[in-house]
Structure formats: structure tokens, C-alpha cells
Design a protein around this ligand. Sequence first.
Ligand code: 3PG
Length: 210
Amino acid sequence: MYALFADASVIPVLTVEREADAVPLARALYEGGLGVIEVTFRTPAAAAAIAAIVREVPQVVVGAGTLLRAADIAAARAAGARFLVSPGITPELAAAALAAELPYLPGVATPSEVMAARALGICVMKLFPAEALGGTALLRALAPVFPGIAFCPTGGIDERSAADYLALPNVPMVGGSWMAPREAVAARDWGRIRRLAERAAGIGRAAAAA
Ligand code: 3PG
């Protein structure tokens, strides 16, 4: 798990509407310094987008997010996803994700959900939706109760708040969509996305060096 994310403090969370955008988008993020990306299963193009990135931008580690059902996990795996992310956790989904033998970040929002995920042997979790749940204050409160559990907060994080999250000892990485704004993707403004990725990667590097 950690090996895959070793150099990734900031993970772009992407919603790809047009399959043709996947490769230039992944390239722009990679050129900006972000080499681990998540493509959400929120659009019909998601699986094809992952497959295109795997095929054409192999230097990028691409995972699948917003996985809600076991069938989504099968589709993500078939597309070539290297890791799996879900907004929450159900017994059915967790069983399918663990059987897929890919790194899996289940979403949690409460101590009970952290406990349920930990009981499955999972020690890296997505905290979602991070800002709405209480943000850094919640993560500080969870730290002493759950030593050894690391969180990837996502949901409402931007380039102003990312560093505050990454400064916490139980936060090795954050996720977010701020470096690939919807309107920039729609306009195919890959230069803007690369510049935003450069800034995001800089935030990640500064946190790792601190
Ligand atoms: C996710 O699924 O992790 C979030 O939708 C990403 O959140 P953001 O768009 O608020 O950054």
C-alpha cells in the first residue's frame, strides 16, 4: 500500500466526462509532478479513461474511485486500475475489494467505520467528505484513538488547506479535484492543469520535507 503511494502526497481525484480527455489530462498532471491519480466511477467514460491511461501513460499510477458496488470493482480491475477507492464501506464492497488483491482505500466518516475497516486489516483509509466532517480538527481527534491508522482526507480540500492536512502525523496524503477544475477539463486547458498540478506537487514536497 505505502509503496504505491510512497511519492504521492497529493492525489488528483478526477471525473472524466469524455474518454478522449483522459490521456492529455493524465499527461498534464504527470508533467506537473503528480504521478498517482484517481479516476472516479461517476461517468460512463470512467473505465475506458482508466484503460486509456494505463495503455498510453504507463508512468502514471491510476486507480479507480467512487466504487459503490462489487461490479464496479470488477470493472475497475478489468480496466487496469492499480488501486481502489470507495466513499464508504459495506461488507459486500469490502469483500470484493479485498478479493481483488489491489490496494484498497475505503471511505470512513466515523470512529465506528474506522473500527469496521480496521477489523478487516485495513490501516489506510479515505476520510470523506473531509471538510464537511470537521477537517483537520476531526483528524487530530482521531489520532490518539487510532494509532497506526493513516487517513487520506478528500472532499472540499484545496490548495489553501492541503498543507494543513499534510502537516498532521496521521495524514500521509490528501485527495482532491482542485488541480483539475471541471471548466479547465471542459476547455481542454491542459496548460492550466499542469500549472495547478505543479503547485499541488510543491505542497506535497514541502510537507514531505517538513
Ligand atoms: C472525492 O470523491 O474524493 C471527492 O469528490 C473529491 O473531492 P473534491 O472534489 O471536493 O476535491
